[in-house]
Design a protein around this ligand. Structure first.
Ligand SMILES: *[C@@H]1O[C@H](CO)[C@@H](O)[C@H](O)[C@H]1NC(C)=O
Length: 160
């Protein structure tokens, strides 16, 4: 029979493993009627519109709506960019944060917004024009609230 001590350590190990299983999903909603959502990180395309799940943090990824003619550069040059950091807050100052960037070489292309879900629901931002206050323009970063909930997910919407 399992002693109390070994049962307790079994439970502790189980909790430690489940606490380490970080996961984040990014979903796209494209209401534009054209274009292809792109999720990109370090030159690699991670999604062209399908939900993308990563088992771990997702740091310095970007998303944008590629046009039919392919006007956006691979890094979203010429288009509205969403800059994505999804990470479980393991230490003070670490958080998930997402911003909309119109800082050149990015430029306003289509209405683009994001919202957290599975945590920080209702937090997000939307950019409907080239002067939208929610977006980073010319390197000036607005204070979009970060999210400190584990395993938070992100929805990105074009033409909402
Ligand atoms: C956004 O998250 C990344 C990864 O945790 C972090 O390095 C960066 O400092 C955060 N930025 C802000 C403005 O909180």
């Amino acid at each position: 029979m399992l002693s109390f001590g070994s049962l307790a350590s079994f439970i502790l190990v189980g909790c430690a493993i489940s606490a380490r299983a970080e996961t984040h999903t990014i979903e796209f909603v494209n209401n534009c009627g054209f274009g292809t959502p792109i999720l990109e990180q370090n030159g690699n395309v991670l999604s062209t519109g399908a939900p993308f799940t990563i088992n771990g943090p997702l740091i310095d990824a970007i998303a944008y709506l590629q046009t039919v003619a392919g006007n956006c550069g691979l890094e979203g040059q010429g288009c509205t960019i969403i800059v994505i950091n999804l990470i479980n807050p393991t230490s003070p100052g670490t958080n998930s944060n997402v911003s909309i960037s119109l800082t050149p070489p990015a430029a306003f292309s289509v209405t683009t917004g994001y919202g957290f879900f599975n945590g920080c629901d209702g937090e997000g931002a939307d950019c409907t024009n080239a002067n939208c206050p929610a977006a980073e323009t010319n390197g000036i970063v607005p204070v979009n609230p970060p999210c400190a909930t584990d395993n938070v997910n992100l929805a990105i919407t074009f033409c909402d």
